[in-house]
Design a binder for this molecule. Structure first.
Ligand SMILES: Nc1ncnc2c1ncn2[C@@H]1O[C@H](COP(=O)(O)OP(=O)(O)OP(=O)(O)O)[C@@H](O)[C@H]1O
Length: 270
């Protein structure tokens, strides 16, 4: 579904400074897998996802293919979701949920049927006619989830989809997401800062180093499914996997903070 081979990516800033964002990334994601990517801030998680989505042009060596093709924006079969819900305020929930289907030319009756079904799956039956301003943030994010799943994509790329939500709302949205995923079994690549979320949801967690992002380790998560927010939090196996991963991630976070502090010190003394 996704094949990344020795991928390096360098940004060129406006002052012509080269910023190495990704360094020799090798990753193969099979159909139906749920993979979470974690790493310290600025390690290149979003860059990797954006390259896969075709939203960022790959500048550097190595290669990446998505369903056997070069990445391209708006590719049919690939869904993308961000921390911001990106709903259109002038459209009702149902028309927002049906948006991707409309853009891909699905007929009105069929797209409304699929959008209604997807809204019901995220517990928003009865809210089809509501406008985004009439919904809470958690409800809006669930409309955005419905929009992704209504299209029935084979691959779903998620960049911090729950990070803007408060802790309780996040658990509800995560459960809605897992419920939908267990029905559809799409391949999922989830970028998250939330290590607990990564361990709770994914089959594999990819841990990246501080920038330039390399893969430090890939950990299989063998916790039983179906997984719900209440079940995993108290699970000793979950706690063990979480602690091991956190130990490794903490080192990279510390490296990022050290580098940031050194840069600031240099700027202040210049
Ligand atoms: N357009 C750009 N031009 C120059 N540098 C960039 C650009 N976009 C990102 N970067 C730099 O590339 C690095 C990786 O950024 P990226 O957003 O992929 O990291 P991230 O791991 O997703 O960070 P966060 O967790 O904070 O969202 C960062 O150092 C960032 O400053």
């Amino acid at each position: 579904m996704l094949e990344v081979k020795e991928l390096c990516h360098t940004y060129l800033t406006e002052d012509r400074e080269a910023v190495a964002a990704l360094d020799t990334i090798d990753l193969v994601i099979e159909a139906g897998e749920f993979v979470a990517i974690v790493g310290p801030s600025g390690c290149g998680k979003t860059t990797l996802l954006n390259i896969a989505a075709g939203l960022e042009t790959h500048e550097g060596t190595g290669s990446i293919t998505v369903m056997g093709h070069e990445p391209a924006p708006g590719r049919s079969g690939v869904g993308y979701m961000l921390a911001r819900d990106c709903l259109l305020p002038w459209r009702r929930a149902i028309d927002n949920a049906a948006l991707a289907l409309e853009l891909h030319g699905v007929g009105k009756r069929e797209r409304l049927r699929r959008a209604t079904d997807a809204l019901a799956a995220v517990q928003l039956a009865g809210f089809e006619s509501a406008y985004p301003a009439q919904l809470s943030q958690g409800m809006r994010q669930r409309v955005a989830l419905a929009r992704v799943f209504a299209e029935n994509p084979e691959l779903i790329l998620l960049d911090e989809p729950f990070s803007a939500l408060d802790a309780q709302t996040r658990l509800v949205a995560q459960d809605a997401f897992v419920g939908l995923w267990e029905r559809h079994r799409a391949t999922v690549v989830l970028v998250t800062h939330d290590l607990a979320e990564a361990v709770a949801l994914a089959d594999r967690v990819v841990l990246m180093t501080a920038r330039p992002g390399r893969i430090k380790e890939i950990v299989d998560i063998d916790l039983p499914r179906p997984r719900t927010g209440e079940a995993w939090a108290a699970d000793p196996q979950f706690q063990r996997v979480y602690q091991n991963l956190w130990k490794s991630l903490k080192e990279e976070v510390a490296r990022t903070l050290d580098t940031g502090a050194q840069r600031l010190q240099k700027e202040l003394s210049a």
